[in-house]
Design a binder for this molecule. Structure first.
Ligand code: PXP
Length: 246
């Protein structure tokens, strides 16, 4: 359902619950527990990024989440052979292919889809043949959106990081415009359009006004808020910020 129908889906990324756990290499806090609470608070999906260096989410988390998540499990991953093999074993509902560099703090840019068309097409087909939906994380760039369509992806996730990080009103406006244009083209090409990265309780409001965007994926700001008010409260506040509930 799109925002046009008054509802934008909320996907909650629980990676940074695992970041706190890994800081001590212990068993708490558990992202599996956080996912249960996020679902109880009304989110529409759970997202985890299994990184090559396993800096936060572990293979064990993914295996348990597959059995416990009731809404939908979205696995963010690099399109490497190792990760495709894991995805085919675990069978998340959706795989979001992202670029990954070991030295980055977080996913810094969108996928270079146009330059890796054949490779991504093969990876997407392998996943889709196993009934896994494929979404590509792309910058708000018309060429990348068109290339995602050529790959045969089911969805695109538009990188909202530059919009979120904009320091001036002018740059926020021009980044917003880029997100809007990319969303419109994506929809026209019959891709499902999702948005994510850097979204918080304030900047998400304009993003969910774009009717083509049917889902937002949010991690850091929700986990940060959860430290103060608990996971359920943090997710409920975000649901209220994006609308669709009274
Ligand atoms: N979408 C993608 C593809 C991401 O890589 C991330 C970060 O893991 C997010 C959404 C969530 O971003 P944030 O933690 O800034 O909300």
């Amino acid at each position: 359902m799109s925002n046009g129908a008054g509802y934008t889906r909320l996907g909650v990324n629980v990676d940074h619950v695992a970041t706190v756990r890994q800081a001590r290499m212990v068993q708490v806090p558990d992202p599996v527990e956080a996912a249960v609470l996020a679902e109880l608070a009304g989110c529409d999906g759970i997202i985890v990024h299994l990184r090559e260096d396993r800096r936060h989410i572990q293979d064990r988390d993914l295996t348990i989440l597959r059995r416990t998540v009731k809404t939908g499990l979205n696995l963010e991953m690099a399109s490497t052979q190792e990760m495709v093999k894991i995805a085919l074993e675990i069978k998340p509902d959706t795989v979001t292919l992202v670029p990954e560099r070991r030295d980055e703090l977080t996913t810094e840019g969108g996928l270079e889809v146009a330059m890796n068309l054949e490779y991504l097409k093969k990876a997407a087909r392998l996943l889709q043949d196993a009934d896994i939906r494929v979404s590509l994380f792309v910058d708000p760039d018309v060429d990348q959106v068109k290339a995602s369509h050529r790959v045969g992806a089911n969805a695109i996730e538009i990188h909202t990081g530059k919009y979120a990080d904009a320091k001036t009103r002018e740059s926020a406006e021009s980044e917003y415009q880029r997100v809007l244009d990319a969303a419109k083209i994506g929809r026209k090409l019959k891709l499902e359009v999702v948005a994510g990265h850097g979204l918080d309780y304030r900047n998400v409001r304009r993003i969910v006004q774009i009717p083509e965007i049917v889902e937002v994926n949010i991690g850091h700001s929700i986990v940060a808020r959860a430290l103060m008010v608990g996971m359920e409260g943090a997710v409920r506040e975000m649901r209220r910020a994006i609308g669709g509930v009274s």
